[in-house]
Design a protein around this ligand. Sequence first.
Ligand code: ZN
Length: 210
Amino acid sequence: MVITHSHSDHLLDTPYIARRLGVPVWGNESTDTLLRLHGLPGCPQVLAGGETFTIGPFTVEACKTRHGLVAFGKAPFPGRISPDLHPPLRVWHYRHGEPPLLIFVTAGGRTIFHQGTANLIDNLLPERRVGSAWVCVSGHMYTPDFVPRLLRRVHPERMIPFHFEDFSRPLAADTPTLPGSDPRAFGRQVRAAAPEVEIVVPKPYERIPF
Ligand SMILES: [Zn+2]
């Protein structure tokens, strides 16, 4: 498993899945801390951005980013998860960790780009052509020129807007979207900037080929 940052909506189930499947977890230092708080081995490699590593047939390239902002222009729950906590943790204990990451995953000649938070550091994001780009919609409106800046670095055949449901509720077809996170409106912005990109809005539990 690869975890791009350590907020609860990304990391909460990770120790349980890792223990159940017996798989290693890559992530930033706070993901490493959380695994250890749950009595699991830490990450095989703690990621800081700039690493390229393989997991079976997959090659993963990690890039440093900033976390997206929310209302009032702040990143939610910044900083690092404390190693002195005792699970179960509260939502505010899950700090995003340093740094938040974006990843490219390549296998079988295809690459996907995974953007788990709607922000970027332009000169640290390599320019790549990818089959599909999974892009966080939540908070994108607080990152200036987010869509055109992203499309200057990442050139996808397909863009899959995600991270738009209200994750405090169970995931279902009628789960409301987060404020300002309409994936279709986001798709229209992408289409205006890059009409050749196909937009696919994923449905809950839908299987989407790599
Ligand atoms: Zn987050």
